[in-house]
Design a protein around this ligand. Structure first.
Ligand code: AR6
Ligand code: MG
Length: 308
């Protein structure tokens, strides 16, 4: 792929994730809503302030750039530093507790198991993993390894790690499909299904395929979920992208209209959509409202330089 095109996709992915987060944050925990109401909300809000989803994604990129690849200790310390600077970003309950355990001397790759029995299966490691999908898009085995490792800093449960790997792989598949080329939705899902190592995710992805033509959003939520658990949000985000792959705006609005963990599902859907369509596909009026846009763009460009 042409280098300039790839750069647009890196920008689209990270800006797309941040905007999905910032817009979805207005509807977190709410019920299913009309798409028109979400569209008019997007027009009304003056600033798209981001939450922990983007704050932690920023930490992942900063660490990948500075370490020129994955370094678990460095990434953990970056998360801690960022959290301590801006603890009010709406973090889930687990990560701040993990950070305290690491600060007390526990190694980065064992601290998370001290918090929840079997580790966390929340979506907090999938919501921040897009940069891993961008950086390792040409090497699925490495992508999986780094997605698992980056997850295990805070989310060491198998379902948490697998959710992160699937989201990263969806970003990689989207990045590697030229935006002028139509997405073969069934082939996209088949690749994800084969990539998944957990039966529960394989089943969810199979359900996703069945639902592609579904009009009833209550049924989509009933089958795929809209919750804070990785299993109940990563396949949903992938679905939101595949439902309308040609429109960033429609993917994000649809994701938020499903209710529940709207910021995270819209952020993950936005990351995949932006990686496929590139930055130009994200409405300019939305981009102008994004908090800290210049810094996120700068990180996207540096990650692109690291990757190429
Ligand atoms: N056993 C029982 N419940 C669990 C377990 C487990 N092993 N693991 C997770 N949960 P957490 P996150 C439940 O705390 O994933 C922000 O709003 C438990 O109810 O690791 O970083 C973001 O925007 C726990 O509180 O946090 C995201 O929406 C919850 O899953 C979200 O929070 C979340 O796991 C990310 O949260
Ligand atoms: Mg959030």
């Amino acid at each position: 792929m042409h280098k300039g095109r790839l750069k647009s996709k890196f920008l689209g992915c990270l800006i797309g994730a941040a905007i999905g987060d910032g817009l979805g944050a207005w509807r977190e925990g709410r019920r299913i809503a009309e798409k028109e109401d979400i569209a008019s909300l997007a027009e009304r809000v003056e600033e798209l302030a981001y939450t922990d989803d983007t704050h932690m994604t920023i930490g992942v990129v900063e660490s990948l750039i500075q370490s020129r690849g994955f370094d678990g200790e460095h990434m953990a310390q970056t998360f801690i530093k960022n959290y301590e600077t801006e603890p009010w970003r709406g973090y889930g309950p687990g990560p701040p507790r993990v950070f305290r355990v690491i600060k007390s001397g526990e190694p980065w790759d064992s601290a998370a198991s001290k918090i929840y029995r079997g580790g966390s299966f929340g979506n907090g490691s999938a919501m921040r993993v897009a940069p891993v999908g961008l950086l390792y898009s040409n090497n699925p085995a490495k992508l999986r390894e780094i997605a698992y490792k980056s997850s295990s800093i805070t989310h060491s449960h198998e379902l948490g790690k697998e959710g992160a790997a699937l989201q990263a792989y969806a970003v990689a598949l989207a990045l590697n499909t030229p935006s002028g080329e139509e997405i073969d939705r069934e082939a996209f899902l088949l690749k994800l299904q084969n990539f998944a190592q957990t039966q529960l995710y394989k089943e969810k992805i199979a359900n996703t395929k069945e639902l592609l033509g579904e009009q009833d959003r209550a049924r989509v939520v009933a089958v795929l979920g809209n919750g804070i658990e990785a299993l109940n949000s990563v396949p949903t985000a992938i679905y939101c992208f595949l439902k309308q792959p040609k429109s960033y705006k429609d993917s994000v609005i649809y994701a938020i209209s499903l209710g529940g963990d709207t910021d995270t599902i819209a952020s993950m859907a936005g990351a995949i959509s932006g990686a496929y369509l590139g930055i130009e596909a994200i409405p300019q009026e939305w981009r102008l409202k994004l908090e800290n846009k210049a810094y996120i763009e700068d990180l996207a460009e540096k990650l692109w330089q690291t990757a190429t």
